[in-house]
Design a protein around this ligand. Structure first.
Ligand code: NAD
Length: 247
């Protein structure tokens, strides 16, 4: 198994890409902290993993709050005694036209999508440094490459910021044998893509394979980057978009 004896934190794991990621991690032998702001849903996911014989516990955390993510890392390490993998997956993508963006919503987007990645990577990284082993995977987006297409100006800027932050952490953590990579999905069939039908249709029409991604297809790449097999990759952003954006 790819992740045997590993302990992983996956944020935003109560549904969508994060949910599929924790299922695959558990299947590959990891003990998983299913982290989400929605504790009821996180509990359901953890229970589903345990029902199949896997190891998982739900943890409630609003990742936009640095003191809470620091406490989360302490709680996970206290429970499992180790921490090798962090997936910064939690994110929000409210579709807000330029003229309707407020300072409050701007700050919320930055805090949930970008500030969280910095503070959680640092807190988890300090544990990984001491172990001289770690894997961090951040969720970017094709929007981070292109600027976004559907009222997602600030969202896309946070996802571009993640690409840059991935490189900066990768360089600083390499001496500690910690790899830091990111994944940039295109349109994935999750709650985040719950758009009006005509917009969804045009996204699908523009895609070479004429469909959205299944969240498990993104989770497969996250699982690889979280494993020992990724040993010669760091600072990379892997485009997982069915060919919609070729860079
Ligand atoms: P989703 O909306 O289905 O799931 C996001 C999860 O994050 C939810 O369970 C939600 O409760 C949780 N969350 C939100 N705010 C939180 C907070 N403050 N603290 C803790 N948890 C919080 O979204 P998804 O499509 O699975 O997206 C997962 C990641 O992939 C996001 O970072 C997203 O930007 C990225 N992504 C998604 C797509 C797509 O098309 N769905 C494309 C590119 C990138």
């Amino acid at each position: 198994m790819l992740l045997e004896n590993r302990v992983a934190i996956v944020t935003g794991a109560a549904r969508g890409i994060g949910e599929q990621t924790v299922y695959q991690f558990a299947q590959e032998g990891a003990r998983v902290a299913v982290v989400d702001i929605d504790m009821a849903l996180a509990e359901e996911v953890a229970a589903a993993i345990r029902a199949k014989g896997g190891h998982a516990d739900a943890f409630q955390c609003d990742v936009s709050k640095p003191p809470l993510v620091e406490q989360l890392v302490k709680d996970v390490v206290q429970k499992y005694g180790q921490l090798e993998i962090l997936v910064n997956n939690a994110g929000i993508c409210p579709r807000i036209p330029l003229d309707e963006m407020t300072e409050e919503r701007f700050d919320q987007l930055i805090n949930v999508n970008l500030k969280s990645v910095f503070f959680l990577s640092r807190a988890a990284g300090n544990v990984m440094k001491a172990q001289h082993y770690g894997r961090i995977v951040n969720l970017s987006s094709t929007g981070g490459r292109t600027g976004g297409i559907i009222n997602s100006t600030v969202y896309s800027a946070t996802k571009a910021g993640i690409i840059s932050m991935t490189k900066a952490f990768a360089r600083q953590y390499a001496p500690y044998n910690i790899l830091v990579n990111s994944v940039a999905p295109g349109a994935v069939d999750t709650r985040m893509m719950a758009l009006p039908e005509e917009i969804k249709h045009s996204v699908i029409e523009d895609a070479p394979f004429k469909r959205l991604a299944d969240p498990a297809e993104i989770a497969h790449v996250i699982t690889f980057l979280s494993s020992e097999n990724a040993s010669w990759m760091t600072g990379a952003t892997v485009d997982v978009n069915g060919g919609t954006v070729m860079v």
